[in-house]
Design a protein around this ligand. Structure first.
Ligand code: FE2
Length: 180
């Protein structure tokens, strides 16, 4: 199956998964779009664009399970329930074992900012999620600058984030650093 078809199937599978929760449906559709936009602007290869698009759709799959099973939805609980659920959904939809493993591994770590972040796909998901979260949670400009400094590493991610929140250009250059 073509990757484009897999992405459409995953998108609809997640829309069904989040039945009755328009906030989370709108969230993941936006994160996937930001992730693909950043990846393309970074010149990422087609497979990476595919992976980050899928990650955008599925990254918060653990929230519903976390709420149902534990009555809470903190990052750790989401990660614990999200990783196996993501792996199962991706395999059922026909993702390769390798892609399903990579995507679900990141689902299981994406709230752990102090985890060693390896790979452009993982970095772009965090940046895309931050682009949406910092709008949806209506945070202060100071918090937005902290997020810029702590999470954003790609030029495209910094560009879209600073334009969107009209942050001063000097904050971009001061936040550039390694991918470590
Ligand atoms: Fe998210």
């Amino acid at each position: 199956m073509k990757n484009e078809e897999l992405l459409e199937k995953l998108k609809w599978s997640m829309i069904e998964w989040e039945r009755g929760c328009p906030q989370r449906i709108q969230h993941f559709l936006k994160v996937s779009s930001f992730a693909a936009t950043i990846a393309k602007e970074e010149g990422a290869d087609g497979h990476t664009v595919f992976l980050v698009s899928a990650l955008g759709y599925i990254h918060d799959i653990g929230i519903r399970l976390s709420l149902e099973r534990e009555g809470r939805s903190d990052g750790k609980s989401q990660e614990k329930h999200g990783e196996p659920a993501a792996l199962q959904m991706l395999k059922e939809l026909g993702f390769t074992d390798q892609d399903a493993a990579r995507i679900s591994m990141i689902v299981g770590k994406h709230h752990t900012y102090d985890a060693k972040i390896e790979g452009l796909d993982f970095r772009i998901l965090l940046e895309a999620d931050a682009c949406v979260n910092m709008f949806e949670s209506d945070t202060s400009q100071e918090a937005k600058l902290t997020m810029l400094r702590d999470v954003f590493r790609t030029a495209a991610g910094k560009r879209i984030y600073t334009i969107m929140f009209d942050l001063a250009p000097e904050t971009v250059s001061s936040s550039s650093g390694s991918n470590a």
